[in-house]
Design a protein around this ligand. Sequence first.
Ligand code: G16
Ligand code: MG
Length: 216
Amino acid sequence: SQRAFIFDLDGVIVDTAKYHYLAWQKIAGRLGIDFTHEHNELLKGVSRIRSLDIILGLGNVEASQEDKDKWLVEKNEDYLNYIVNMKADEILVGVVPVLEFLRQNNQPIALGSASKNARPILEKVGILHFFDAIVDGNDVTNAKPDPEVFLKAAQLVGMPAEGAVVFEDSVAGIQAANIAGMVSIGIGDKAILNEAQHNVNDFTEISTDFLQTLVN
Ligand code: G16
Ligand code: MG
């Protein structure tokens, strides 16, 4: 049988968090805000606009909407300069074999990401062709843990939400999947992603046997 297999992007397919970090650091640095790696964890799966508000909050910086808009554009231009050089070797370990397995077993594959840059990133690393549908930051109004992004993804591939499988590295994303009645698979730290129905450190820990039970 078939079900929708929905992948988050950042932290699941590629580690773009490091590029978001570098780009945000420039903005934070100019504003005299100390923005550490630990702070960057707070931004995972969070929209661009919300991320800026979190960073400004860390430094107790108040800003006009005009300034914020300007910084958002600058941040993204900088980020785009980092991702333009991305190649297939930046795809996280074990992802491609899972995509290939799903393809071979005729399973619909979708992306469910908060990023507005999802499509060019998939293209850069050469795996855009695996995806039957892409739902990203351009398509949703409600951020995770709202299930909108995953519900739309299932809908676009013509599958019910119930029983769809979601691969996620953020707590909000796992919650969104659970709310949608989907099978949530946490990629990363089990202690942090303790609400997930299944946990793995990375895709190499997802066995063919396990995948087989999902597609039977
Ligand atoms: C990703 C990242 C977030 C980022 C967001 C928006 O979400 O995890 O840190 O702020 O996208 O990205 P952009 O500025 O490219 O629109 P996800 O859902 O792919 O993990
Ligand atoms: Mg993520």
